[in-house]
Design a protein around this ligand. Structure first.
Ligand SMILES: N[C@@H](CCC[C@H](N)C(=O)O)C(=O)O
Length: 283
């Protein structure tokens, strides 16, 4: 059997999109078979290669037990490269929106369902801004790599994050090559966590690396950039009582994102979304 796919990325956080509009292409698969399919597609040697999968499906057609309660026509069914399901993917929202627009299924403003609630995105050319809602600041926690320990900000962006400010994100420094997951507190994060390390570059300008749950080190993580911005703004005394929107530039290995924390406590993630290929696959 062959089925269609599209490849895209947002600041080099790359995805295979699986158009499955009425659920008839992948909907018949068991959870285990779907996880196998995701791993095969994301494999960078034997597959197409990606950090995750974005299945494009009508909300009403999604047969999973975790079907969102939403009036939105489209559901972003996100899966990590290791086959696990994740609640949210910030870069993925922009790529998903760009797919819908390119396919003629949406315009420059679109709202769709995710496992972390409905998200609305607005385009300005090929740059999209995603309203990812209110962050939850859940205190501080600790992460470590090779006996180096850092305090980290526990931020829920719909999915879990630990954002640690460090002195250097150089792979030759204490943060290291991130080939393996940093150690985190499993009591705080029983379902795993995305771990970000960030440094200051200038006023309201940071740079980060990330180890993503279910994918390993990636070139970018949109929700991770939001968690880093929230952690940095909190540390800068801008977290509470903002009398104006606050924007930080967040550099990631794959490009640049901008994150705005609005006076009404919403996080807006702005960045590119690029579709690079389409075809059919037997995987
Ligand atoms: N790359 C994404 C996050 C994808 C999900 C994450 N790995 C998780 O398991 O929570 C982003 O851009 O936010």
């Amino acid at each position: 059997m062959t089925y269609p796919y599209v490849k895209g990325h947002g600041t080099e956080n790359d995805f295979v999109l699986l158009p499955d509009l009425d659920g008839s292409v992948h909907g018949m698969l068991s959870d285990g078979a779907m996880a196998d399919r995701v791993r095969a597609l994301c494999d960078r040697r034997a597959g197409i290669g990606a950090d995750g999968i974005l299945r494009v499906i009508r909300t009403a057609a999604y047969a999973g037990e975790d079907r969102p309660v939403s009036d939105a026509e489209w559901f972003m069914d996100y899966r990590n490269a290791d086959g696990t399901v994740a609640e949210m993917c910030g870069n993925g929202t922009r790529v998903f929106a760009e797919y819908l627009r390119t396919a003629g299924l949406a315009g420059d403003v679109v709202t769709f369902a995710t496992r972390a609630g409905d998200k609305t995105l607005r385009a300005s050319g090929d740059v999209w801004t995603a309203d990812l809602g209110s962050p939850k600041l859940l205190g501080s926690t600790q992460v470590s790599v090779a006996h180096h320990f850092w305090s980290a900000c526990n931020v829920d962006m719909g999915n879990p994050h630990a954002a640690a400010e460090v002195e250097s994100i150089d792979p030759h420094g204490p943060v290291g090559d991130l080939y393996e997951s940093p150690i985190f507190d499993e009591a705080v994060y029983p379902h795993g966590v995305n771990v970000e390390f960030f440094v200051r570059v200038a006023d309201r300008h940071v740079a980060m690396r990330v180890f993503e749950r279910g994918a390993g080190e990636t070139r970018s993580c949109g929700t991770g950039a939001c968690a880093v911005m929230v952690a940095a703004a909190e540390a800068d005394g801008l977290g509470v009582a903002r009398d104006a929107d606050v924007t930080y530039r967040v550099d990631v290995p794959g490009g640049t994102l901008h994150v705005t924390w609005t006076t009404d406590d919403r996080i807006l993630l702005t960045g590119p979304a690029v579709l690079v290929a389409e075809g059919t696959t037997t995987l």
